[in-house]
Design a protein around this ligand. Sequence first.
Ligand SMILES: [Zn+2]
Length: 327
Amino acid sequence: MPRCIYCQIEKGDEEFNREHVLPESFGRFNNNLTLINIVCTECNQYFGDNLDIHLARDSFEGRSRFIYGISRPEDFRSPRRSRIHIKITEGPLKGMYAYPEYSPVVDDVIIMPCAQVGFLIDGSYEYFLLEELPDAQYLEDNGFDSSLPNCISALGASVEDFRRKLEERQIDIPNLRLQRDGNSRSGSDTVLCEVTGIVDEIIYRAVAKIVFNYLAYFHEQEFLHHEAFDPIRKFVRYGECTEYRLVEARQEAILEDEPIEGQRVLAHLITTNVSGDGNSIVGQVALFNHMTYRVILSTNYIGQDLDIRRGHVYDCGAREISELGVR
Ligand SMILES: [Zn+2]
């Protein structure tokens, strides 16, 4: 009977389904790498609901699906509390917080203002999200003058909400009025933004799964069930951590001749290799060839000398997967 590489339970064929090495939300490829009778339906379902959905909808790489046309703009969904934060860095709205949203009018993902208040300090607005307003003392210390016209710029919520929140923080604004939505876009089609985000354990587990799946595609069950892989499978399946970091994010290219910044090949890259003492098995994955995640699959594999050194390129333009030389 096949045995799932994550929960390690032996089950009948009917309790397994196809698992793509790389989730299909990152593109459909000809000659796709698919695991059959390797990941059970229960684990597959758990991953879809708890890991893959976050990687697809709420990570840098997930957002890139819309930038590079892998996903249709109308399928864009923004979580209520996102790992990703957008701040405008130029023009009259500099410093303002924004969030992405699908607009049926332009049939694209655009940015909209979050609920926030800008306080006029030293001639420009310092913005605070409505849920994170400063207290009156902070404003006073920084020279905020509530008697000036246009001393605040409030947008993204109703007047009542602003009144309530300002009152809570004991901030008294004699003439509170709202900027109209039309003004907030200031007639500009594009605006430079700074995007910051959190890469947390859910994202690390989702990328670790891609790399372990990739290893699984090329090797026998017996090898995959070696106890040396228990830390990585338990991390992916149950979120169990080890003393050492299993996944690290790095700003370096996997391909040897590519610059750290600037134009890179538009592709997903996955590699596995043996490193260090010869007992450690490591993998890398870079979705859209952006950030590289280095995954420690095992630190203590002792067994047959295996053909681990391998890499594949998922070409997002041609939708083809091809083999790669690994450094
Ligand atoms: Zn399972």
